[in-house]
Design a protein around this ligand. Structure first.
Ligand SMILES: [Zn+2]
Ligand SMILES: [Zn+2]
Length: 67
């Protein structure tokens, strides 16, 4: 992925100046991201039997995971 993570993908706020340890802990538990890390928009997340896909309406593909 070539996106630069400027926003938290768990809560959508800028990474700088905030503690996102809880968001990261959530994400570590194979949770799909909720917000685009590049622009902070809400992602369109599809949970599939085999994993999930996340899409940003502005940036496109934001992540894919397979279980
Ligand atoms: Zn966060
Ligand atoms: Zn985006």
């Amino acid at each position: 992925m070539s996106t630069t993570a400027a926003h938290c993908d768990g809560c959508g706020t800028p990474l700088a100046g905030a503690d996102h340890a809880r968001c990261r802990a959530r994400r570590a538990a194979t949770d799909p991201p909720r917000y685009c890390a590049a622009c902070g928009r809400k992602l369109v997340v599809q949970v599939l039997p085999a994993g999930w896909t996340a899409r940003c309406v502005r940036c496109g593909e934001a992540g894919v995971a397979a279980r």
